[in-house]
Design a protein around this ligand. Sequence first.
Ligand code: SF4
Ligand code: SF4
Length: 690
Amino acid sequence: MAVKSAPTADGCTGRDTTSRRHLPLKVIDAENVRAGRVRASRMGKRRAAVLIALNVLMIAHVIQWWISGRTVSPIEPSETMYTLRDGAINAGFIFFSLALLSTLILGRWVCGWGCHIVALQDLCGWMMKKVGVRPKPFRSRVLMFVPLLAALYMFVYTPLEPRLFAPPPHDKFPGFSNHLMTEGFWDTFPDPWVAVPFLFLCGFAVVYFLGAKGYCTNACPYGGFFGLLDQLAPGRIRVTDDCAQCGHCTAVCTSNVKVHAEVRDYGMVVDPGCMKCMDCVSVCPNDALYFGFGRPKILAVQRTDKQGRAAWSLTGREELLAVAAFAVGFFAWRSIYDAVPFLMALAVGGIMAFCAVKLLHLARRRNVSIQNIELKSGDRLRPVGKLFVAAVLVALALTGHSGYIRYHEFAGNRAYARVNDFFYQHNMPEEVILDSPELPRLRTAEFDEAVRRGLTHFSRCEDRGLLGSADTRIKLGWLHFLNGALDESAGFFEAARPMVRPKLRGTIDFYLGGVYARQGRIEEAVLAYSSAGEGGTYAFAALVKQGDLLAMLGRLPEAVEVWRRVARIAPRFAPAHHNLGAALRRLNRVPEALEHYEAALNLMPHDPDTHFEVGDLLTQLGRGEEARPHYVEAAEHYRELAARRPNDAKLHFQTGVALTRLGDEQAAAGFFAKAVELDSRYREFLEGGE
Ligand code: SF4
Ligand code: SF4
């Protein structure tokens, strides 16, 4: 008869005693810690104080930014990605660099003393301990590589990706720039509400299922690098000859390090999971442990002939199942509905791996428990076990659905990338696409197919997703626009607008302005451009378009104000002065108009339109002699352009008009004839006396 075993410290609770892998610990276990036979760590309180202070400082940092609107950029290792990718030197990069350098000397200490996720895990572990739960580690020999892979993805692949895979102009490193201070403190963080599931998943759920440092061991990308560098560090927990192998150190280590065995075998702790929390040093009854410098782990010499064996939780097949479940969970949930950040998706993957293995145990084993809860006993699934199975099946169903949505997002993004490639090849940025008359002529069957595929896949996400995604809606807005479905395009941009952060609303307003203008909803387009002009990537382009539309509507005083704003923002932007001159001329404010046309001429001295306008204004002011050289310049440049673009009727016509101003009717007649030949509408102009 198989008898249920007592929970062990290796993370596999409730194994059958029939299992040949069950190895009871020879050293002191958690029961003895509870019974007070291991003295309390003095370091625990000190470390808790440091971590509490760290969290208070983090909150103070956010509040200071909230109040003043500007602060030091986030002191988060993840910010290093932006330094490596965009050259933006920020506080996070400096912090992470110093942390890595110090790890090379002192070992992996930042995790234990300077990480808010460890603080969260410690808090959750402490609360669980209060209710009698001592989470045991989930040790997978494959998932332990997740942190390093995640680190390589974040800090190597992500910075290189725009250079290696994306088309230029992103192919060159832009050079370093100073981002130590910022106004957009929260720009690179997920929405604040995400903190709630994040704290629950990366805190309670991870600690309960994967162990006290489950996130560090199975997910944390920063730990991936810290663990690697720790192996080179001379600073380690070391032992004197006074060790009696009592195991108190191992019993208190929340990083699941077999301290007593490692110091016995190597004279030092070699496990890269050691966070230098100093609990083991503090509780050692013989004061045999200390933090000191010497050989690093990679040069460690084994002092005993004992084969230290890691206590893995999983068999080979279970490892495969865990890896598959991790991958499904991670890829299905990552970024779903713009809500699940990378670090949280790693936690979800780890929990999925644990649950998949537990399901397998429930199917195959007679007795199964999680921590101190028995799910199955003597081949009978207990009610709590049924609840667990039901919860896991619901989670799996949700994961399957998320995977379906993520697949369509992925396929949609591939099609969308092809659409973007097309625009890049034709040198058409978004502000040009929105009102480009060239687009219908340039489109290819391949482009149309990419638009169609993008619409199909993103529509699936939109129609079948449980929540909406701003990113998907913006892309649907664009694809419908390119497909000529302007009502749908406007609808998706409008739906996305309230979902994005205020800073990004200007961009969507800019898109909306373009769509409304195409729909002929000019008043709404003016409002959208006005809003977009308040700030953001397209603020300047939006003001330019707003000025154009106001002039088109005949709202000239407003157009003048907008163009003045544009000219103030970019005094060397010649079209601002030209258009300002045009609006003022229509308002019959001739001297002011002349002033701005002349400013435009200084910036683009060969522009025939501006020369022509200056000539006309000078004539109007009775300064005919001064006007003549401008007509000469205008005629000359128009003529050159007409020679280069012989099928452009307008250029021939304008050349004729400029020559007429110069009194050369004979030469003008030839250009007028050519204009009429190319476009018969010019006959009406001429007959109308233009
Ligand atoms: S180092 Fe100290 S606590 Fe650890 S086994 Fe040796 S005597 Fe016990
Ligand atoms: S080995 Fe010692 S210092 Fe390292 S994490 Fe465990 S208790 Fe802390």
